[in-house]
Design a protein around this ligand. Sequence first.
Ligand code: HEC
Ligand code: HEC
Length: 318
Amino acid sequence: MAIITLTATFTAQADLEWAYQVLDESLLPQRDLDIDLEALRTVPGSSLQRTQEQIDDHWNPPDWFPNDHYAPVPEVVARGAGQNVRACAACHGYTGAGHPESSHLAGLSVGYIVRQMADFRSAANRSPSGSSAVRVDRNWMNRFEPTEAQIREAAEWFAGLEVIDWIDEVIETDTVPRTYIGDGRMRHIHPDGGTEPIQNRIIEVPQDWELATARHPDSGFTVYAPVGSVARGEELVTTGGASGLTVQCSICHGEGLKGLGDVPRLNGISPLYAVRQMNDFRTGDRDGTLASLMTLTVASLTDEDIVAIAAYLATLDP
Ligand code: HEC
Ligand code: HEC
Protein backbone atom coordinates (compact mmCIF):
# COMPACT_ATOMS: atom_id res chain seq x y z
CA MET A 1 0.00 0.00 0.00
CA ALA A 2 1.35 3.42 -0.92
CA ILE A 3 1.77 5.83 1.95
CA ILE A 4 1.23 9.40 0.96
CA THR A 5 3.04 12.03 2.96
CA LEU A 6 1.80 15.56 2.61
CA THR A 7 3.79 18.40 4.08
CA ALA A 8 1.97 21.53 5.05
CA THR A 9 3.49 24.87 4.15
CA PHE A 10 1.18 27.71 5.07
CA THR A 11 2.28 31.07 3.79
CA ALA A 12 0.38 34.18 2.87
CA GLN A 13 -0.20 33.98 -0.89
CA ALA A 14 -0.23 37.32 -2.61
CA ASP A 15 0.54 35.93 -6.05
CA LEU A 16 -2.96 34.73 -6.85
CA GLU A 17 -4.56 38.06 -5.96
CA TRP A 18 -5.66 38.59 -9.58
CA ALA A 19 -8.24 35.83 -9.08
CA TYR A 20 -10.16 38.02 -6.61
CA GLN A 21 -10.94 40.60 -9.32
CA VAL A 22 -10.72 43.94 -7.54
CA LEU A 23 -12.23 46.91 -9.37
CA ASP A 24 -9.84 49.74 -10.25
CA GLU A 25 -12.08 52.59 -11.39
CA SER A 26 -9.21 54.49 -12.95
CA LEU A 27 -8.82 51.73 -15.57
CA LEU A 28 -12.45 51.72 -16.73
CA PRO A 29 -12.76 52.38 -20.47
CA GLN A 30 -14.94 55.19 -21.78
CA ARG A 31 -17.51 52.63 -22.96
CA ASP A 32 -18.28 51.66 -19.36
CA LEU A 33 -18.38 55.25 -18.16
CA ASP A 34 -20.81 56.14 -20.96
CA ILE A 35 -23.45 53.52 -20.08
CA ASP A 36 -26.85 55.22 -19.99
CA LEU A 37 -28.40 53.92 -16.77
CA GLU A 38 -31.87 55.09 -17.79
CA ALA A 39 -32.04 53.56 -21.30
CA LEU A 40 -34.20 50.45 -21.72
CA ARG A 41 -32.42 47.26 -22.76
CA THR A 42 -33.47 43.73 -23.58
CA VAL A 43 -31.85 40.44 -24.64
CA PRO A 44 -32.71 38.30 -27.70
CA GLY A 45 -35.80 36.14 -27.19
CA SER A 46 -37.08 37.98 -24.13
CA SER A 47 -40.07 40.30 -24.00
CA LEU A 48 -38.78 41.96 -20.84
CA GLN A 49 -37.23 45.44 -20.87
CA ARG A 50 -35.05 46.84 -18.13
CA THR A 51 -32.73 49.81 -17.57
CA GLN A 52 -29.16 49.06 -16.46
CA GLU A 53 -30.07 50.49 -13.08
CA GLN A 54 -32.88 47.93 -12.77
CA ILE A 55 -30.65 45.13 -14.08
CA ASP A 56 -28.19 45.86 -11.29
CA ASP A 57 -30.88 45.90 -8.57
CA HIS A 58 -29.73 43.23 -6.10
CA TRP A 59 -33.27 42.82 -4.79
CA ASN A 60 -34.94 42.35 -8.17
CA PRO A 61 -32.54 41.10 -10.86
CA PRO A 62 -34.05 40.63 -14.32
CA ASP A 63 -35.65 37.26 -14.96
CA TRP A 64 -35.32 37.40 -18.77
CA PHE A 65 -36.92 34.00 -19.39
CA PRO A 66 -39.51 33.46 -16.62
CA ASN A 67 -41.09 30.47 -18.39
CA ASP A 68 -37.84 28.48 -18.39
CA HIS A 69 -37.79 27.57 -14.68
CA TYR A 70 -38.16 23.91 -13.75
CA ALA A 71 -40.00 24.87 -10.55
CA PRO A 72 -41.34 28.10 -9.01
CA VAL A 73 -38.47 30.38 -8.01
CA PRO A 74 -38.32 30.89 -4.22
CA GLU A 75 -38.86 34.49 -3.07
CA VAL A 76 -35.38 34.66 -1.49
CA VAL A 77 -33.76 33.69 -4.81
CA ALA A 78 -35.69 36.28 -6.84
CA ARG A 79 -36.13 39.13 -4.34
CA GLY A 80 -33.93 38.45 -1.33
CA ALA A 81 -35.38 39.10 2.11
CA GLY A 82 -35.02 42.63 3.42
CA GLN A 83 -31.92 44.72 3.94
CA ASN A 84 -29.55 41.90 4.92
CA VAL A 85 -30.40 39.31 2.26
CA ARG A 86 -29.95 40.13 -1.40
CA ALA A 87 -31.59 38.00 -4.11
CA CYS A 88 -29.39 34.96 -4.77
CA ALA A 89 -30.16 35.22 -8.51
CA ALA A 90 -28.55 38.68 -8.69
CA CYS A 91 -25.11 37.09 -8.43
CA HIS A 92 -25.62 33.36 -8.99
CA GLY A 93 -28.07 33.79 -11.88
CA TYR A 94 -31.33 32.06 -12.69
CA THR A 95 -29.40 29.13 -14.19
CA GLY A 96 -27.19 28.86 -11.09
CA ALA A 97 -24.16 29.13 -13.36
CA GLY A 98 -22.89 32.20 -11.54
CA HIS A 99 -20.12 34.46 -12.81
CA PRO A 100 -16.34 34.11 -12.43
CA GLU A 101 -16.44 36.66 -9.60
CA SER A 102 -19.18 34.73 -7.73
CA SER A 103 -19.77 30.97 -8.05
CA HIS A 104 -21.93 28.32 -9.66
CA LEU A 105 -24.62 26.73 -7.45
CA ALA A 106 -26.22 24.37 -9.98
CA GLY A 107 -25.11 20.79 -9.52
CA LEU A 108 -24.22 21.19 -5.84
CA SER A 109 -26.06 19.11 -3.25
CA VAL A 110 -28.50 20.61 -0.74
CA GLY A 111 -26.30 19.42 2.13
CA TYR A 112 -23.22 21.06 0.63
CA ILE A 113 -24.95 24.42 0.04
CA VAL A 114 -26.44 24.44 3.54
CA ARG A 115 -23.00 23.68 5.02
CA GLN A 116 -21.37 26.54 3.09
CA MET A 117 -24.06 28.97 4.23
CA ALA A 118 -23.40 27.92 7.83
CA ASP A 119 -19.66 28.41 7.32
CA PHE A 120 -20.18 31.88 5.83
CA ARG A 121 -22.42 32.79 8.77
CA SER A 122 -20.16 31.51 11.52
CA ALA A 123 -17.42 33.50 9.86
CA ALA A 124 -19.44 36.69 10.21
CA ASN A 125 -20.19 35.89 13.84
CA ARG A 126 -16.62 35.17 14.75
CA SER A 127 -14.89 38.05 13.10
CA PRO A 128 -16.55 40.98 11.36
CA SER A 129 -13.17 41.89 9.85
CA GLY A 130 -12.96 38.43 8.32
CA SER A 131 -9.48 37.69 9.61
CA SER A 132 -10.28 34.60 11.69
CA ALA A 133 -13.35 33.59 9.73
CA VAL A 134 -14.51 30.06 9.01
CA ARG A 135 -15.15 30.79 5.33
CA VAL A 136 -14.32 34.25 4.03
CA ASP A 137 -15.80 35.82 0.94
CA ARG A 138 -14.09 39.19 0.70
CA ASN A 139 -17.12 40.71 -0.97
CA TRP A 140 -20.55 39.36 -0.14
CA MET A 141 -21.46 36.06 1.42
CA ASN A 142 -20.42 36.90 4.99
CA ARG A 143 -22.86 39.84 5.05
CA PHE A 144 -26.10 37.97 4.46
CA GLU A 145 -28.40 36.77 7.23
CA PRO A 146 -31.01 34.47 5.69
CA THR A 147 -33.11 32.29 7.99
CA GLU A 148 -32.63 28.53 7.99
CA ALA A 149 -35.90 28.13 6.09
CA GLN A 150 -34.75 30.58 3.39
CA ILE A 151 -31.40 28.79 3.06
CA ARG A 152 -33.16 25.46 2.74
CA GLU A 153 -35.53 26.75 0.06
CA ALA A 154 -32.75 28.36 -1.95
CA ALA A 155 -30.49 25.30 -1.59
CA GLU A 156 -33.21 22.94 -2.78
CA TRP A 157 -34.04 25.12 -5.76
CA PHE A 158 -30.41 25.59 -6.88
CA ALA A 159 -29.56 21.92 -6.30
CA GLY A 160 -32.43 20.95 -8.62
CA LEU A 161 -31.17 23.02 -11.57
CA GLU A 162 -29.72 21.37 -14.61
CA VAL A 163 -26.03 22.21 -15.00
CA ILE A 164 -25.32 24.22 -18.15
CA ASP A 165 -22.05 24.35 -20.08
CA TRP A 166 -20.78 27.81 -19.18
CA ILE A 167 -17.22 27.71 -20.51
CA ASP A 168 -17.12 27.87 -24.29
CA GLU A 169 -13.39 27.60 -24.85
CA VAL A 170 -10.10 27.15 -23.01
CA ILE A 171 -7.27 28.74 -24.97
CA GLU A 172 -3.63 28.15 -24.00
CA THR A 173 -1.51 31.17 -24.86
CA ASP A 174 1.48 33.31 -23.80
CA THR A 175 -0.25 36.53 -24.76
CA VAL A 176 -3.78 37.63 -23.90
CA PRO A 177 -6.01 40.52 -24.97
CA ARG A 178 -5.69 43.48 -22.62
CA THR A 179 -8.48 43.36 -20.06
CA TYR A 180 -9.92 45.39 -17.20
CA ILE A 181 -12.20 44.67 -14.24
CA GLY A 182 -15.60 46.27 -14.79
CA ASP A 183 -18.19 47.50 -12.34
CA GLY A 184 -19.52 44.36 -10.65
CA ARG A 185 -15.97 42.90 -10.67
CA MET A 186 -16.24 41.00 -13.95
CA ARG A 187 -13.18 41.04 -16.21
CA HIS A 188 -13.73 42.18 -19.80
CA ILE A 189 -11.62 42.52 -22.93
CA HIS A 190 -10.61 46.16 -23.29
CA PRO A 191 -12.56 47.80 -26.14
CA ASP A 192 -9.45 49.79 -27.17
CA GLY A 193 -7.51 46.59 -27.95
CA GLY A 194 -3.94 45.68 -27.06
CA THR A 195 -2.31 42.54 -25.66
CA GLU A 196 -0.20 41.65 -22.63
CA PRO A 197 1.70 38.62 -21.26
CA ILE A 198 -0.56 36.13 -19.48
CA GLN A 199 2.06 35.34 -16.78
CA ASN A 200 0.78 32.87 -14.17
CA ARG A 201 -2.82 33.95 -14.55
CA ILE A 202 -6.10 32.73 -15.92
CA ILE A 203 -8.09 35.31 -17.80
CA GLU A 204 -11.80 34.58 -17.93
CA VAL A 205 -13.98 36.91 -19.98
CA PRO A 206 -17.58 36.77 -21.20
CA GLN A 207 -18.08 35.97 -24.86
CA ASP A 208 -20.49 38.85 -25.14
CA TRP A 209 -20.06 42.04 -23.12
CA GLU A 210 -23.62 43.24 -23.79
CA LEU A 211 -25.24 40.01 -22.63
CA ALA A 212 -22.97 39.62 -19.61
CA THR A 213 -23.67 43.14 -18.35
CA ALA A 214 -27.38 42.41 -18.87
CA ARG A 215 -27.00 39.35 -16.55
CA HIS A 216 -28.05 37.00 -19.33
CA PRO A 217 -28.59 33.55 -17.76
CA ASP A 218 -26.67 31.46 -20.28
CA SER A 219 -24.17 33.49 -22.30
CA GLY A 220 -20.85 31.77 -21.69
CA PHE A 221 -17.21 32.55 -20.95
CA THR A 222 -13.86 32.18 -22.68
CA VAL A 223 -10.85 31.10 -20.66
CA TYR A 224 -7.19 31.93 -21.43
CA ALA A 225 -4.60 29.84 -19.59
CA PRO A 226 -0.77 29.56 -19.70
CA VAL A 227 0.71 27.21 -22.31
CA GLY A 228 1.03 23.65 -20.96
CA SER A 229 -1.26 24.26 -17.99
CA VAL A 230 -4.07 21.92 -19.06
CA ALA A 231 -1.76 18.89 -19.42
CA ARG A 232 0.01 19.68 -16.15
CA GLY A 233 -3.35 20.11 -14.42
CA GLU A 234 -4.61 16.83 -15.80
CA GLU A 235 -1.56 15.03 -14.44
CA LEU A 236 -2.03 16.51 -10.96
CA VAL A 237 -5.77 15.89 -10.87
CA THR A 238 -5.68 12.32 -12.18
CA THR A 239 -2.50 11.03 -10.52
CA GLY A 240 -1.78 13.39 -7.62
CA GLY A 241 1.56 14.29 -9.25
CA ALA A 242 5.05 13.04 -8.47
CA SER A 243 5.90 11.93 -4.90
CA GLY A 244 2.50 12.65 -3.47
CA LEU A 245 2.39 16.36 -4.26
CA THR A 246 -1.38 16.17 -3.93
CA VAL A 247 -4.11 13.53 -3.95
CA GLN A 248 -6.09 12.19 -6.92
CA CYS A 249 -9.18 14.37 -6.79
CA SER A 250 -11.73 11.75 -7.89
CA ILE A 251 -11.23 9.83 -4.63
CA CYS A 252 -13.46 12.41 -2.95
CA HIS A 253 -14.99 14.42 -5.80
CA GLY A 254 -16.23 11.31 -7.61
CA GLU A 255 -15.89 9.92 -11.08
CA GLY A 256 -15.55 12.64 -13.73
CA LEU A 257 -15.34 15.05 -10.76
CA LYS A 258 -19.13 15.30 -10.90
CA GLY A 259 -19.42 15.47 -7.12
CA LEU A 260 -19.98 12.65 -4.63
CA GLY A 261 -22.57 12.99 -1.88
CA ASP A 262 -21.94 16.34 -0.24
CA VAL A 263 -18.47 16.74 -1.79
CA PRO A 264 -18.92 19.33 -4.56
CA ARG A 265 -18.55 18.90 -8.33
CA LEU A 266 -15.44 20.35 -9.99
CA ASN A 267 -16.21 19.58 -13.65
CA GLY A 268 -16.40 22.64 -15.86
CA ILE A 269 -16.42 25.17 -13.03
CA SER A 270 -15.09 28.72 -13.36
CA PRO A 271 -11.29 28.51 -13.14
CA LEU A 272 -11.16 31.83 -11.31
CA TYR A 273 -13.49 30.52 -8.65
CA ALA A 274 -11.43 27.31 -8.44
CA VAL A 275 -8.19 29.28 -8.00
CA ARG A 276 -9.72 31.38 -5.22
CA GLN A 277 -10.97 28.30 -3.38
CA MET A 278 -7.69 26.39 -3.58
CA ASN A 279 -5.87 29.52 -2.41
CA ASP A 280 -8.38 30.09 0.41
CA PHE A 281 -7.98 26.49 1.62
CA ARG A 282 -4.23 27.10 1.62
CA THR A 283 -4.29 30.42 3.49
CA GLY A 284 -7.03 29.34 5.93
CA ASP A 285 -9.65 31.78 4.64
CA ARG A 286 -11.72 28.68 3.98
CA ASP A 287 -11.60 26.58 7.10
CA GLY A 288 -15.09 25.17 7.63
CA THR A 289 -16.13 21.78 8.98
CA LEU A 290 -14.95 19.75 6.00
CA ALA A 291 -12.25 22.08 4.68
CA SER A 292 -9.55 20.08 6.46
CA LEU A 293 -9.95 17.40 3.78
CA MET A 294 -8.82 20.01 1.25
CA THR A 295 -6.16 21.70 3.38
CA LEU A 296 -3.72 18.80 3.01
CA THR A 297 -4.61 18.35 -0.65
CA VAL A 298 -3.50 21.89 -1.52
CA ALA A 299 -0.76 22.41 1.11
CA SER A 300 2.20 21.63 -1.15
CA LEU A 301 0.84 23.03 -4.41
CA THR A 302 2.61 26.03 -5.96
CA ASP A 303 0.71 28.92 -7.52
CA GLU A 304 1.54 27.42 -10.92
CA ASP A 305 0.07 24.05 -9.88
CA ILE A 306 -3.15 25.76 -8.77
CA VAL A 307 -3.46 27.63 -12.06
CA ALA A 308 -2.81 24.38 -13.97
CA ILE A 309 -5.46 22.46 -12.02
CA ALA A 310 -8.04 25.21 -12.49
CA ALA A 311 -7.33 25.34 -16.24
CA TYR A 312 -7.80 21.58 -16.53
CA LEU A 313 -11.05 21.57 -14.52
CA ALA A 314 -12.42 24.22 -16.90
CA THR A 315 -11.95 21.83 -19.86
CA LEU A 316 -14.15 19.10 -18.33
CA ASP A 317 -17.74 18.71 -19.47
CA PRO A 318 -20.14 19.75 -16.74
C1 HEC B 1 -24.21 40.26 -4.27
C2 HEC B 1 -23.70 38.99 -4.75
C3 HEC B 1 -24.21 37.70 -4.11
C4 HEC B 1 -25.49 37.38 -3.73
C5 HEC B 1 -26.73 38.24 -3.78
C6 HEC B 1 -25.43 36.02 -3.24
N1 HEC B 1 -24.17 35.52 -3.37
FE1 HEC B 1 -23.56 33.64 -2.91
N2 HEC B 1 -21.66 34.09 -3.50
C7 HEC B 1 -21.24 35.32 -3.94
C8 HEC B 1 -19.82 35.28 -4.22
C9 HEC B 1 -18.98 36.45 -4.70
C10 HEC B 1 -19.40 33.96 -3.93
C11 HEC B 1 -17.99 33.39 -4.13
C12 HEC B 1 -17.13 33.51 -2.92
C13 HEC B 1 -15.69 33.13 -3.22
O1 HEC B 1 -15.22 33.35 -4.31
O2 HEC B 1 -15.06 32.58 -2.31
C14 HEC B 1 -20.57 33.24 -3.47
C15 HEC B 1 -20.57 31.91 -3.08
C16 HEC B 1 -21.68 31.21 -2.63
C17 HEC B 1 -21.68 29.82 -2.23
C18 HEC B 1 -20.50 28.88 -2.25
C19 HEC B 1 -20.56 27.98 -3.46
C20 HEC B 1 -19.59 26.84 -3.42
O3 HEC B 1 -19.40 26.16 -4.43
O4 HEC B 1 -19.01 26.60 -2.34
C21 HEC B 1 -22.97 29.51 -1.86
C22 HEC B 1 -23.47 28.17 -1.37
C23 HEC B 1 -23.77 30.70 -2.04
N3 HEC B 1 -22.96 31.73 -2.51
C24 HEC B 1 -25.13 30.77 -1.81
C25 HEC B 1 -25.91 31.93 -1.95
C26 HEC B 1 -27.32 32.00 -1.63
C27 HEC B 1 -28.16 30.83 -1.16
C28 HEC B 1 -27.71 33.28 -1.87
C29 HEC B 1 -29.07 33.92 -1.64
C30 HEC B 1 -29.56 33.86 -0.27
C31 HEC B 1 -26.54 34.01 -2.34
N4 HEC B 1 -25.47 33.16 -2.37
C32 HEC B 1 -26.53 35.35 -2.71
C33 HEC B 1 -22.04 36.42 -4.15
C34 HEC B 1 -23.39 36.52 -3.88
C1 HEC C 1 -9.90 13.72 0.93
C2 HEC C 1 -10.99 14.19 0.12
C3 HEC C 1 -10.69 15.22 -0.96
C4 HEC C 1 -9.73 15.16 -1.94
C5 HEC C 1 -8.71 14.06 -2.19
C6 HEC C 1 -9.89 16.35 -2.73
N1 HEC C 1 -10.92 17.10 -2.25
FE1 HEC C 1 -11.51 18.95 -2.94
N2 HEC C 1 -12.95 19.04 -1.51
C7 HEC C 1 -13.19 18.08 -0.56
C8 HEC C 1 -14.29 18.52 0.28
C9 HEC C 1 -14.89 17.74 1.43
C10 HEC C 1 -14.67 19.80 -0.17
C11 HEC C 1 -15.73 20.72 0.42
C12 HEC C 1 -15.12 21.46 1.59
C13 HEC C 1 -16.10 22.31 2.34
O1 HEC C 1 -17.21 21.86 2.59
O2 HEC C 1 -15.74 23.46 2.65
C14 HEC C 1 -13.80 20.10 -1.30
C15 HEC C 1 -13.87 21.29 -2.02
C16 HEC C 1 -13.06 21.59 -3.11
C17 HEC C 1 -13.15 22.79 -3.89
C18 HEC C 1 -14.14 23.92 -3.69
C19 HEC C 1 -15.39 23.65 -4.53
C20 HEC C 1 -16.48 24.64 -4.34
O3 HEC C 1 -17.55 24.50 -4.98
O4 HEC C 1 -16.32 25.58 -3.57
C21 HEC C 1 -12.20 22.72 -4.86
C22 HEC C 1 -11.91 23.75 -5.94
C23 HEC C 1 -11.52 21.44 -4.69
N3 HEC C 1 -12.08 20.78 -3.62
C24 HEC C 1 -10.50 20.99 -5.51
C25 HEC C 1 -9.87 19.75 -5.35
C26 HEC C 1 -8.84 19.28 -6.24
C27 HEC C 1 -8.34 20.03 -7.45
C28 HEC C 1 -8.44 18.05 -5.77
C29 HEC C 1 -7.35 17.15 -6.31
C30 HEC C 1 -6.07 17.78 -6.55
C31 HEC C 1 -9.25 17.78 -4.60
N4 HEC C 1 -10.12 18.81 -4.40
C32 HEC C 1 -9.10 16.66 -3.83
C33 HEC C 1 -12.53 16.87 -0.41
C34 HEC C 1 -11.44 16.45 -1.16
